[in-house]
Ligand binder design. Structure first.
Ligand SMILES: [Mg+2]
Length: 364
């Protein structure tokens, strides 16, 4: 057996709830702490692949950890071959359906398996995938929730001062006029050279989304993200008919099969898969191929550490979403330099747990 084909010895997973520097109020509920499932995939060559799954809500953490544990038992003893493992788990989930926590758990294992393979080959993940490390344009997504115009102006300035030329503003106030006032205030505060992404987190109806997109049209926004329920593809196509700002969608697509439905419906101008929900590295690579085929730009959603390796092998790469939500438990903090993020020149993804912090934020 070649030296570079190790076997999976054991899968470990731990739950932590990490603090967030800027809690985030969205149009569909708040995120004030980061529930993370930390995956350690141990191989018989001494390498451990690491990845985390962001669980959104504390109540989803324990079930996700348990699910990852159970799936881990299915792959112990298998060869470290991430695509084969991913396909095997998909086949095992056919009766259950590979969506929701089931997809997140299997994608967490996929990401850890790719990390282990890159470490085994002694290269950064991007190089294992045939790409190179490169500075990627990133927008600062740490904050700018539903906090009113006054606080939004202060926070927008802070986010730009952290070295970024692009920021994301959450909208979805109860009335359209407040959305416009907040967006106008932020645009005036940061000036015309800063790119502003906006995100409704699925909180509008289609007619309301059409109305608000029309009101915001003069503000030179980079995109309007998830104005309505993520899987109302016909609704998105309707909104796109009149919108003068690109419509962004994709973070809630469970795998490339959902993405294909978006394409078939003509639902998005720009697309942003979530490295976990799209199916880990394996799912992302398939999404990148679909996007290349139709010239659709791909931006990343959350998971900046691994996205910094995936965007370099994405022909239609666009923006990296920069959030620091995993950083409290990471030894190496991914830094943005002049608004750009580059994956570190070390084997794997570059994820190494800060064990003191993990112990501090551990939950049973
Ligand atoms: Mg979003």
């Amino acid at each position: 057996m070649p030296e570079n084909s190790p076997f999976i010895r054991k899968l470990g997973v731990r739950g932590v709830i990490a603090p967030m520097k800027r809690p985030l109020a969205t149009g569909s509920g708040s995120v004030s702490q980061a529930p993370l499932a930390l995956v350690d995939l141990e191989c018989d060559n001494g390498v451990t692949g690491c990845a985390y799954v962001f669980c959104f809500h504390a109540f989803a953490l324990a079930p996700t950890v348990r699910l990852i544990q159970e799936l881990g038992a299915l792959i112990e003893g298998e060869t470290l071959a991430p695509i084969a493992l991913s396909d095997m788990l998909r086949a095992r989930m056919r009766l259950l359906g590979q969506q929701g926590l089931a997809m997140m758990a299997s994608a967490g294992i996929d990401m850890a398996a790719w990390d282990a393979l890159a470490k085994t080959r002694d290269v950064p993940l991007a190089r294992l995938l045939g790409g190179d490390l490169m500075p990627l344009p990133a927008y600062n997504s740490n904050g700018l929730g539903i906090i009113g115009a006054g606080r939004a102006v202060d926070e927008a300035r802070e986010l730009v001062e952290e070295g970024f030329s692009a920021i994301k503003l959450r909208l979805g106030y109860p009335d359209a006029r407040t959305d416009l006032e907040v967006a106008e205030a932020v645009r005036a505060a940061v000036g015309g050279d800063i790119r502003i992404m906006t995100d409704y987190n699925q909180c509008l109806t289609v007619p309301e989304a059409e109305k608000r997109a029309s009101m915001l049209a003069g503000l030179d926004l980079e995109w309007i993200e998830e104005p309505v329920r993520f899987d109302d593809y016909a609704g998105y196509a309707q909104i796109r008919k009149s919108a003068r700002t690109p419509i962004q969608l994709g973070e809630n697509c469970w795998g490339v099969h959902d993405m294909q439905k978006v394409l078939d419906a003509g639902a998005a101008d720009v697309f942003m898969p979530d490295a976990c929900k799209i199916g880990g590295v394996t799912g992302w690579l398939r999404a990148a191929g679909l996007a290349d085929g139709c010239g659709l730009t791909l931006s990343s959603h959350l998971y900046p550490e691994i996205s910094a390796h995936l965007l370099p092998v994405t022909p239609t790469r666009h923006w990296l979403e920069y959030v620091d939500w995993g950083q409290p438990v990471l030894k190496r903090k991914l830094q943005a330099v002049h608004g750009h993020v580059t994956a570190p020149e070390i084997p794997g993804i570059g994820i190494e747990w800060d064990e003191d912090a993990v112990a501090r934020y551990a939950v049973d």
